[in-house]
Design a protein. Structure first.
Length: 95
């Protein structure tokens, strides 16, 4: 029996090293290299209070992520990615 999807919102300082590593792997798998920062530069964003990531998980595995900036009354979506293995299953729609 398949487990339910879990949606976890993390503010910049709450993202664990494990979550970040999996998030960066998703970026590498789902985007062109010019569409995301280097590992070090991407990780440095976690020091900015305006940066947030919404994770879609199943059994602790990250299936998708939505990284965005929340500044006052403005939201800017920077990355929206779903694992190539999980595409066309409605995960992006649910996120």
């Amino acid at each position: 029996m398949r487990k339910l999807l879990e949606f976890v919102m993390r503010k910049s300082g709450e993202v664990t090293n494990h979550e970040f590593s999996n998030f960066f792997t998703l970026l590498e798998q789902g985007l062109l290299p010019l569409e995301y920062r280097s590992f070090e530069n991407q990780k440095a964003l976690l020091k900015n209070d305006a940066y947030n990531i919404l994770f879609c998980k199943q059994d602790e595995k990250i299936l998708g992520a939505l990284a965005f900036w929340y500044v006052e009354d403005f939201v800017f979506v920077e990355h929206f990615v779903v694992s190539p293995d999980c595409r066309n299953q409605g995960i992006g729609t649910k996120m």
